[in-house]
Design a binder for this molecule. Structure first.
Ligand code: GTP
Length: 524
């Protein structure tokens, strides 16, 4: 395998930060998505309902105008019947003209004409036109067609925009006599004007009425009445007899939500429209209210997320801290104190506890191996030095025995190296048997041993040394038989000596024991 394992660099963020980021990102994404969807749905619904209500409104206005015109016709029709019977009575003609103009205020003026267009009576009285032929094309049309009709709009010599509503007059025998004509002045206050403009008018919604030549008969801006409109799809559709709604762009380029309808019995178009921007403004208010309404719950959610992530991350953070010091003796206790309250953290803690136990066992074994003599199982020189330094630091008195088997070379030479090893083990066993719990027996090298006796005086140590020497001398070593040993004793009982000096003194006394004949203890 050529690839070597390279641990990737971790992100500089902790678990709680990560969870918070992920939760925040997902909450924000969901929120944005909800807002966008809500915005679109609401916008479509608002536009749809505005179009629907404008269409209904246009139909209502058209029907009101239609009813007005029908009522005007009915009135004229009633008069036409009376006039047909009394055509030759100027008084009746005059009274009918008076009644028609004054009674219902449908008309700004009323004229009664004979079949040639000669004005027989008029109200308000206009002496100059009674007896004259009125040239208006609408009236000429009424006389020609001899039927009830609503004329096209017509601009009078006085500059007034006029619509004629006319009804033919027939004699009892069915002879066409003339017509009774009501004039509606579109630029002045009239009953028609009131019918159109009295409808509701809110949120920028307004209605206008145009005749078949696209001439404006009514507009909330009076300055535009009589203006001829350019292309307008809603007007075209209404003039074509349709009713409904559509989105259009007006002559100023403003997008409009328009409803349209045709006035029955006259080819007029009614359009009700609202700038699209108005529904957008309503929508913005709606979205603003929605967002403001979400804020308290959002904040509460954030607090819950913060507390939740802290609770989730806490055991893992503590486990991570414990993982930094697996070999420390207090780690097991530390791990047991962690409140791993959910399954994953608990499983990690269990695994770490098992791992720590294994590690510490292993370290203990390694430490034991590093500090013991493999042949005899006694402590080695390093272990003895460590204990000496502890005794030194705690200023405890102690005594050291330096032991060396006499003529051990001969044992090896005579019985072989293995027999020598057995003898060494036997000596170690005797040392152990003569040691207390706090004493430390060690093999300092070859056939040399030491015994470290804390809190032991020189005299006591000498007695112990003598007992050991005797035990070894008395022991029957397999294959080898008897062994002898020499011992030097040195004590640090209040004397200002370093451990090395004490050891050195014990070695010097051991040397003297050898020199003076072996198999003895020298302590002074
Ligand atoms: N079997 C065995 N022999 C060892 C071991 N370590 C050292 N020795 C032997 O111990 C002997 C020590 O010999 P010397 O230093 O001459 O001392 P001695 O023969 O005991 O003589 P004195 O100490 O003067 O009485 C040598 O023969 C070493 O080979 C060991 O681990 N096992």
């Amino acid at each position: 395998m050529t690839d070597s394992f390279k641990p990737s660099r971790p992100l500089p963020v902790n678990l709680r930060g990560l969870i918070l980021c992920i939760v925040l990102a997902s909450v924000l994404a969901t929120l944005c998505n909800s807002l966008v969807v809500a915005y679109r749905v609401q916008r479509d619904a608002l536009i749809h309902s505005t179009l629907e209500s404008n269409a209904a409104y246009a139909a209502k206005v058209a029907s009101s105008i239609g009813e007005f015109l029908r009522a005007a016709h009915n009135n004229l029709n009633y008069s036409a019947k009376i006039l047909g019977k009394h055509w030759d009575d100027p008084q009746v003609l005059h009274e009918e003209a008076l009644r028609l103009e004054a009674q219902d205020q449908y008309f700004n003026s009323v004229e009664i004409l004979d079949a040639n267009g000669k004005v027989l009576a008029s109200n308000p009285p206009q002496a100059q036109i009674v007896g004259s032929n009125v040239p208006a094309s609408g009236i000429r049309q009424a006389l020609q067609e001899r039927r009830a009709l609503v004329s096209s709009t017509y601009v009078s010599r006085q500059g007034n925009l006029i619509v004629f509503v006319s009804e033919p007059v027939f004699s009892k025998a069915g002879v066409f006599l003339g017509a009774v004509v009501g004039s509606i002045y579109l630029l002045d206050q009239s009953a028609l004007h009131t019918v159109i403009s009295s409808h509701f008018h809110h949120e920028g919604t307004f209605a206008f009425v145009a005749d078949s030549n696209r001439r404006l008969l009514y507009h909330p801006n009076p300055a535009r009445i009589s203006e001829v409109l350019g292309e307008n799809l809603a007007v075209d559709a209404a003039l074509g007899g349709e009713r409904g709604s559509m989105e259009i762009r007006n002559s100023e380029g403003v997008e409009m939500l328009a409803g349209y309808s045709q006035v029955p019995d006259s080819n007029w178009a009614v359009v009700v429209q609202q700038p699209r921007e108005h529904s957008q403004a309503t929508l913005r208010r709606l979205m603003h209210d929605m967002i403001m309404g979400m804020i308290p719950a959002g904040l509460l959610g954030m607090v819950l997320v913060f507390v939740g992530t802290t609770l989730i991350a806490r055991p893992l953070r503590l486990l991570s801290a414990a993982a930094q010091q697996l070999s420390a003796p207090q780690t097991t206790e530390l791990l047991q104190r962690i409140n791993a309250w959910y399954h994953d953290a608990s499983a990690i803690r269990q695994a770490m506890l098992a791992g720590v136990q294994l590690l510490q066992q292993k370290l203990g074994r390694l430490s034991h191996e590093a500090q013991s003599d493999p042949l005899t199982g006694l402590a080695n020189r390093r272990a003895m030095e460590e204990l000496l330094s502890v005794l030194e630091q705690t200023q405890q008195p102690y005594t050291v025995l330096a032991l060396d088997i006499d003529h051990f070379k001969r044992v090896n030479d005579t019985f072989g190296h293995d027999a020598g090893d057995v003898a060494l083990k036997q000596v170690a066993e005797i040392l152990k048997q003569n040691s207390r719990a706090n004493d430390l027996a060690c093999r300092s090298g070859g056939e040399e041993f030491s015994l470290l006796l804390p809190d032991t005086t020189q005299e006591t140590a000498r007695a112990i040394a003598e007992r050991i020497r005797q035990s070894i001398a008395d022991a029957r070593i397999p294959q080898v038989g008897n062994l002898k040993i020499s011992i030097g004793v040195a004590s640090k009982a209040g004397a200002p000596m370093t451990p090395q000096q004490v050891l050195k003194l014990a070695d010097e006394r051991l040397y003297r024991a050898k020199e003076s004949g072996r198999n003895r203890v020298v302590s002074a």
